[in-house]
Design a protein around this ligand. Structure first.
Ligand SMILES: [Fe+2]
Ligand SMILES: [Fe+2]
Length: 257
């Protein structure tokens, strides 16, 4: 039995240690922790594949695509819309505003692309036809229900979006080591690359600039790191269900966040 991957518990650092990091270092450590989570969670060493009959496989794939369409729209459109109005008035943050507006356009497109895959596998392309699961709703709340722009950036651009590409078989894990890369149909993995996966770096980049500017003092930084821990805990729930639908069962320990 392999031991659980321990991710760095930055939330437990002292005020001094947290403030010794420049805003850039603080931001990069958040992103790196998300990548480490993706690498540990999606490594195929920790999963075994389960044989699904053709009918179940098809039905599950429809649900997988519908869950993604819903998440692209609700997590991708609502939180950046809130972020735009949380920015400083005047011209100081105009570049960030424009990039967030672009993100909203991208995420509407992503929802449509997942909807069309849903239809391709025999399901409905309409968002309103998807019966939302509790962990998907919870993930939306954990991404959206904040008053501060850095809280949303932490959850959306610097954690959720960094990890999401691993679910599609991309990210910093080698394709041959990715459990989802083994399970998702090749046509789907290739089909979403250009129009979905390749948009993510610019969303992460705007989150990075927001965090560098708004990461604040030690108290705020610790709070943000605690939010990341909660987000990762729910990510384990939501993505375990995604993998269950694709036909994988966890055999190794979950990453410790
Ligand atoms: Fe997206
Ligand atoms: Fe995105």
């Amino acid at each position: 039995m392999t031991t659980a991957v321990e991710l760095p518990k930055y939330q437990e650092l002292s005020d001094k240690e947290l403030m010794d990091w420049t805003p850039k270092e603080f931001t990069e450590n958040i992103i790196r922790k998300s990548e480490m989570f993706g690498e540990a969670f999606f490594d195929k060493e920790h999963w075994k594949t389960v044989e699904l009959d053709e009918e179940t496989r098809q039905k599950n794939l429809i649900e997988f695509c519908a869950r993604l369409a819903w998440r692209e729209f609700y997590n991708g459109v609502h939180p950046p819309s809130k972020q735009i109005v949380m920015l400083e008035q005047g011209d100081d943050d105009i570049g960030i505003r424009i990039r967030l507006a672009q993100q909203i356009i991208d995420e509407v497109k992503h929802q449509r692309i997942w909807g069309s895959w849903c239809k391709h596998y025999g399901g409905s392309p309409k968002l309103q036809d998807y019966d939302v699961s509790p962990e998907v709703i919870k993930q939306f709340r954990l991404t959206n229900e904040y008053e501060d722009i850095a809280e949303i950036a932490l959850n959306l651009q610097l954690t959720g979006e960094v990890i999401l590409v691993f679910l599609f078989g991309y990210g910093t894990l080698k394709p041959e080591n990715s459990i989802t890369r083994q399970l998702l149909p090749d046509e789907l993995v290739k089909g979403i690359e250009k129009e979905v996966v390749n948009d993510e770096p610019r969303h992460i980049a705007v989150g990075r600039d927001i965090m560098k500017k708004y990461c604040g003092d030690a108290k705020k930084r610790r709070h943000l790191l605690e939010l990341q821990q909660a987000k990762l805990e729910n990510t384990i729930k939501i993505m375990s269900r995604d993998l269950d639908l694709l036909g994988a069962e966890r055999t190794g320990p979950l990453p410790s966040v």
